[in-house]
Ligand binder design. Structure first.
Ligand code: CDP
Length: 222
């Protein structure tokens, strides 16, 4: 039995950064599930398909090329928006579900646990995760963080337009019928609006450490 930490949350809430730091801290493997949906979106775009058309998106999901997960192209806001469209198709979610569950059951490198970040990890992918966080921050704060992130990548964007896009994506993710973005009942909520990265990480650690330690103790030996 591996130990899973589910880190769900809104767009640009800092869940990816937290998930990476938690994985490094506990020596667990990290999976950015959003990257899977972004890769599907990129493939649909490259094939000239329509992300809103389920067969186009499903074809791309079946031909997922994980070797491209590190490409900066998947990080653009346009791909984020298209990822939200492809992720609303039930068959696309089903196609990616097994990959995520396999990762949770057998994390890379044989590590004893996995940290997976996304929208439905604590509710659908790993409902029995040892620890669950739902990360959020005020839209203005998230828009500013995304603006800084893009600026560092040499991309100049209007901050208020970014805020509108982030809010629209949250709405779409929250309102979709399959796997809507909703905190699991047993998730700890973490609002990072007033926290820098170090403070947010300290708060996340305080929430998950007792749960991870209890799960490690409960593991069968041998
Ligand atoms: O980093 P950011 O929050 O901007 O986005 P992301 O985590 O890379 O996810 C991009 C999009 O993929 C989201 O807006 C969701 O629509 C979708 N997604 C999802 O439906 N389920 C997940 N487990 C992860 C992402």
């Amino acid at each position: 039995m591996t130990i899973v930490i589910a880190v769900d949350g809104t767009a640009a809430s800092g869940k990816g950064t937290l998930a990476k730091k938690l994985a490094a801290h506990f020596g667990f493997a990290h999976l950015d599930s959003g990257a899977l949906y972004r890769l599907v979106a990129l493939a649909v775009q490259e094939q000239g398909g329509d992300p809103a058309a389920e067969p186009d998106a499903l074809r791309a999901a079946h031909a997922l090329d994980l070797t491209r997960a590190g490409e900066p192209a998947i990080r653009s806001d346009l791909i984020g928006k298209l990822a939200s469209q492809v992720s609303a198709h039930p068959s696309v979610r089903a196609a990616l579900l097994q990959f995520q569950r396999d990762f949770a059951a057998k994390p890379l490198g044989g590590s004893p646990g996995a940290v997976i970040d996304g929208r439905d990890i604590g509710t659908v992918v790993c409902p029995r995760a040892a620890a669950k966080l739902f990360v959020d921050a005020k839209p203005a704060v998230r828009a500013h963080r995304r603006w800084l992130e893009l600026k560092a990548m040499g991309i100049a964007r209007d901050e208020s337009a970014l805020r509108r896009e982030i809010e629209a994506r949250d709405r779409a993710d929250r309102d979709r019928p399959v796997s809507p973005m909703v905190p699991a009942e047993d998730a700890d909520l973490l609002d990072t609006s007033d926290l820098d990265i170090d403070a947010a990480f300290a708060a996340a650690l305080a929430l998950v450490t007792p749960k991870v330690e209890a799960a490690l103790k409960a593991r069968p030996r041998g």
